[in-house]
Design a protein around this ligand. Structure first.
Ligand SMILES: NC(=O)c1ccc[n+]([C@@H]2O[C@H](COP(=O)([O-])OP(=O)(O)OC[C@H]3O[C@@H](n4cnc5c(N)ncnc54)[C@H](O)[C@@H]3O)[C@@H](O)[C@H]2O)c1
Length: 355
C-alpha cells in the first residue's frame, strides 16, 4: 500500500506518518509539505529517517501535485489550522482560502486521476458558532459542561457533539473552508468513484505540537506555563472555564487505518472523533495541572470576548466507535505528561513555534 500525506511535516501529518509505518506492514509513505508552519522543518529529517519519501512542494500548485508519485490513499493534513486564520493577524483571508480550500481541487483531481481514496481531516469548527454558544452550560470544577438536565439541541447528547449538529453559518472562515472541502470531497468521490472518509476532529494534542495562543492550545499553555511566559484567560469573564476535549494523533491513526480497511462504499461518510468527555479539560484545570507539575504561575484575566470563541467542545465518538470498532486509547493525562516532558527537553520550543 502507498499513502500520500499532505502537510507531512506538520504536527498531525508527521505523527500519522510515523504511526502508519508502525501499523501497516510494508506501507510506503510519500509526503508533501511547503514548510510554511513555523517549526515544521524540525520534522523533516525525522520522517525521512523513518523512510518517508519527502517532497518539498505546495498543494496549491497543480504542477507540484502532478509530480507526486501515484498512491492508493491520500491523507489531507495540510492546512492553516487556526480558527483565527484569515482575520488579519493570522494571515490574509485570500491566503486562507488558497491554502485550505482552493488547494482541495488539486487533492481531488489527484484522487480522481489515481483512483486514490481520500481521508479528509475536517474539524469540529464546521459547527455553527451561535448553536454552540446556545448549548445550555453549567460550571463544575472550574470547567464548562453541557447541562444535560435541560433540553439539548439536535446532534448533541451527553457524549458530546455528533455529526448532525448544526453547521449553519457563521462557523468561522477556517470552519467554512473545512465544510466546503467536505462537500467537494463527497461530490468528487461519488462522481469519480473513489472512497472518501471525512473525520471531523476535535482538538488534537501531543508532544512536539507547535502551540501558539491561536492554535495548539494545550502545547502552548504547558510550554508557556513552564517558561513563565504571560498567559491569559481570554473571554468568558476571564475565568478560564472554556473547555475542550483532546486526543492524540496516534488514536486518529488507528481510526484512519480502520477506515482504509472498510470495504463499505455506500452510506455515512462523515464521522466525528475527539477525546470525548473523559479527555476534556478547561484552561483553569490545565493551569492547576501545570501548577502541580511546574510550580505556581498565575494567568491574567482578559474578559474581552475574542471572535469565534466558544465555551465548550466535546466530540461524541459513539457512532465512530461502533462503526470502526475504535476507541480512544491515550488518556489526557498521558498526552499532558508527554507535552510537559517535551517542553522540558526543548527550552526554545515557543521560539521554534513562533509563539
Ligand atoms: N491540530 C488540531 O487540533 C486539529 C483539529 C482538527 C483538525 N485539524 C486538521 O488537521 C490537519 C493538520 O493540522 P496540524 O495541527 O498538524 O497543523 P500544522 O500546522 O501543524 O500542520 C499543517 C502542515 O501543512 C503544511 N501546509 C500548509 N499549507 C500547505 C500547502 N499549501 N502546501 C503544502 N503544505 C502545506 C504546513 O507547513 C504544516 O506542516 C489540518 O487540516 C487541520 O485543519 C487539526
Amino acid at each position: 500500500m502507498k499513502i500520500l500525506v499532505t502537510g507531512v511535516c506538520g504536527f498531525v501529518g508527521s505523527a500519522l506518518a510515523e504511526c502508519l509505518l508502525e501499523r501497516i506492514e510494508g506501507v510506503h509513505i510519500a509526503g508533501i509539505d511547503n514548510l510554511m508552519r513555523p517549526g515544521a522543518e524540525t520534522n523533516r529529517a525525522h520522517i525521512e529517517k523513518l523512510g518517508v519519501e519527502f517532497i518539498h512542494g505546495d498543494i496549491r500548485s497543480a504542477s507540484d501535485f502532478a509530480a507526486l508519485p501515484a498512491c492508493d490513499w491520500v491523507i489531507d493534513a495540510a492546512a492553516n489550522p487556526s480558527v483565527l486564520a484569515g482575520l488579519g493577524g493570522a494571515g490574509s483571508s485570500r491566503r486562507l482560502f488558497e491554502h485550505n480550500l482552493a488547494s482541495i481541487g488539486n487533492v481531488l483531481e489527484y484522487c480522481k486521476t489515481h483512483k486514490a481514496g481520500l481521508l479528509l481531516l475536517s474539524s469540529s469548527r464546521v459547527y455553527s458558532i451561535p448553536a454552540l454558544a446556545a448549548i445550555p452550560m453549567r460550571v463544575r470544577n472550574n470547567a464548562y459542561e453541557a447541562d444535560t438536565s435541560k433540553p439539548l439541541p439536535s446532534g448533541l447528547t451527553a457524549e458530546g457533539i455528533g455529526v448532525d449538529f448544526s453547521t449553519a453559518a457563521p462557523v468561522s472562515l477556517y470552519g467554512a473552508t473545512k465544510l466546503a472541502s467536505e462537500i467537494m470531497a463527497l461530490e468528487y468521490g461519488l462522481a469519480f468513484d473513489f472512497p472518501v472518509w471525512i473525520t471531523r476532529c476535535g482538538v488534537l494534542a501531543g508532544a512536539g505540537q507547535f502551540g501558539t495562543p491561536e492554535q495548539g492550545i494545550f502545547a502552548f499553555w504547558i510550554n508557556a506555563h513552564l517558561r513563565r511566559r504571560p498567559i491569559r484567560y481570554i473571554g468568558f469573564d476571564g475565568t478560564g472555564c472554556q473547555t475542550r476535549d483532546a486526543f492524540h494523533p496516534r488514536d486518529l491513526a488507528a481510526l484512519l487505518v480502520a477506515q482504509m480497511r472498510t470495504s463499505r462504499s455506500k452510506g455515512q461518510r462523515i464521522y466525528t472523533a475527539g477525546g470525548g468527555p473523559s479527555n476534556a479539560m478547561s484552561l483553569a484545570q490545565l493551569t492547576a495541572w501545570c501548577d502541580q507539575r511546574f510550580g505556581r504561575h498565575v494567568p491574567a484575566a482578559d474578559p474581552k470576548p475574542r471572535q469565534y470563541d466558544i465555551p465548550w467542545v466535546v466530540m461524541d465518538n459513539s457512532s465512530t466507535a461502533s462503526e470502526f470498532n475504535w476507541t480512544i486509547e491515550t488518556p489526557l493525562a498521558t498526552i499532558l505528561e508527554g507535552i510537559a516532558q517535551h517542553a522540558q527537553a526543548h527550552p526554545g520550543w515557543l521560539e521554534v513555534s513562533h509563539a
